[in-house]
Design a protein around this ligand. Sequence first.
Ligand code: FMN
Length: 255
Amino acid sequence: MNSILINEEKCIGCSLCVNDCPNACLHLENGKAHTSKTGCIECGHCYAICPQGAIRLSNYNCEDEPVVPMTELDSDILLSAMRSRRTIRHFTTQPVEEDKIRKILEAGRYSPTGGNSQNVSFTILGRRQAEAEAICVDLFRNGQKLGAPLVDFLKRINITDSFFFKGAPLVIVVSGRDEVNPALASSYMEIMAESMGLGVLYSGFFRVCAGISRKLHRLLELPKGHKVVTCMVIGYPSVKYQRIVPRKDLQAKTL
Ligand SMILES: Cc1cc2nc3c(=O)[nH]c(=O)nc-3n(C[C@H](O)[C@H](O)[C@H](O)COP(=O)(O)O)c2cc1C
């Protein structure tokens, strides 16, 4: 059952909501919008598009916040920032301020999800960060003993106690049932973090550990059926990059 409420007194029958509904859940009847009971994913487009403010979603707290158009962002500056961003592997110990953490999480919360499932969860390691890192370090050191004779790379890497989180003050694990939604959320979060002077490392190594270690999986207390998709290591960079790195030629075509 959807939670769309239509105020018939306010509705002028303009049909903007009807035309914008992705699942054809709205129709006009006697010049007023009506909603069907099934199929609604509560994406909120009807609420957002209504010029009369005649629609609300009772399952949600509908705040009438002003819309800031994306076109207010300078696209050249945005592209330049995206090209200049680097994975950060060296951090200062300066803590990340609460309001910045909130903005990073908010960016994740507002990322698109297939079918508007919003089934991405965010776990800040907080006081269990050192414990989680120690589990990963143990796992990798054991793996190194076994694999080093076979894999050259494993011989070279020095698995220090801060190998996974690099001394960064904040680690957010992003999980979900599928991979696409959490990955998209992470990308939003990364850009938000970087816009506030923070650096981000996606720790793929941590993700490997979370896939192997039951102890680590238990520690994370993820929602049922969730798997770790990204582990975002976040803090203030202690390094500065002087130039944009080269990339392979663009692989894109028009059919
Ligand atoms: C999903 C993902 C997992 C990654 N895992 C690690 C990791 O475990 N350790 C690491 O040092 N870098 C990791 N990286 C960083 C990549 O090596 C890096 O993005 C790539 O070399 C390009 O460098 P740039 O991000 O500075 O452009 C990861 C990146 C992504 C997107």
